[in-house]
Design a protein around this ligand. Sequence first.
Ligand code: ADP
Length: 427
Amino acid sequence: MHSSGEVSVAEGSFEWSRLLRRIRSGGAYLLAACLISLAAYLSGADPVFSVILFVLSVLAILVQQGDEQAGEPLAVLPEVVANDDGEPIFPTILSTLQALDLPVFVIGRDGMLRGQNYSAQKVFGELSPGQHISARWRSPSILDMVRETIATDEPNQIEHSERLPSERVYIVRIAPVPISEERGDEALFLLSFRDISELRRLDRMRSDFVANASHELRTPLASLRGFIETMQGPARADPKAQERFLAIMLDQANRMSRLVDDLLSLSRLELKAHLAPDQKVDLVPVIGHVRDSLAPLAKDLEVDIRLHLPEEKAEVLGDRDELVQVFENLIENACKYGQEGHVVDVYVRNPPGGPVEVSVLDFGPGIPAEHVPRLTERFYRVSVADSRSKKGTGLGLAIVKHILTRHRARLIVKSAVGVGTEFTVRF
Ligand code: ADP
């Protein structure tokens, strides 16, 4: 077989060009053998010795030709699968399979491998034709399935996972290539491997997400129910307690509505993830607007938001509202989590010829390195209690990441524990 991607075919048909090539390459050796033997005979050597020399030379030629055949192993398989008109069908099947982006092996009724397409070579490497499939797949479920299909001519499929070189899950299917009944013994079977690892990963992510979202909603709901029951029962005649409970209930209801807003925001962003925004947006007024809208929060937290803006515009292609959401999230996080630093610095940089960048720096407790790569995962929080107490939903940075992906921008996080954190958006 050829790694260059040529079709590997177990041709049973006779090939004149190959025979001529053999004679041509073998002819030179044959002539040399005759000449050596003749020279030995003429120089007075024993005729028996000359004959032995000749035989040895011929044997050497045969061995050389055998090696050449071993280099093209499929060609030695004797089986010719033909249609009813006697035309070989195997080459046609295999060349059709080459066009498929699905790893497919062709096997005979004896369970021996007859060929594989490029995609199979790419995924599973080159397998020697003439080898039984059990030499490559030891999984009893695959082998049983193949055996059953070979015996019944009915297609079958199973799920199969491989651990090496990386964890993958396949739907392995075997189906016979339909040929006429008289030729049943020559039947070929296609063994295909559909990789569903990515689908499985997405499924897992979706169910994790649903579980997380339900969990986040269930907590405030349970607390609401608890307070309602208390107010209907023990606190029925206690207006002071009722007032306190109502304030907590309002807080919980607000938390649920923040969560639902964030979830809706995420799902809207997912719907348009592939559409790159095409409006020109100047980030200088955007950052000014965000600072103004966060002023009350900053005042409550006693944090000073300092802007460091360029003289000229800092324009990017974007969606203004979404960019406001990005910087609101980043600056709000810096104020909330970096409150103890009392200062949040925001730099907008627009170097000539370089990318536009916005950095948000705080001087808070910082984020331990092991958390940094996971910050943009949905519901990921360094400390759940800390985030909840600061009215966090755990979805803010996931939303930021979605928006930035749509804007073809990157989020770079640098943090040092005890020093502070810097979130940079690079367009
Ligand atoms: P949340 O709604 O919890 O704020 P985010 O997705 O915005 O969710 O942030 C995820 C987590 O990242 C936060 O819970 C917090 O632990 C951490 N975090 C984000 N920004 C900062 C920051 N500037 N300093 C320290 N920790 C931060």
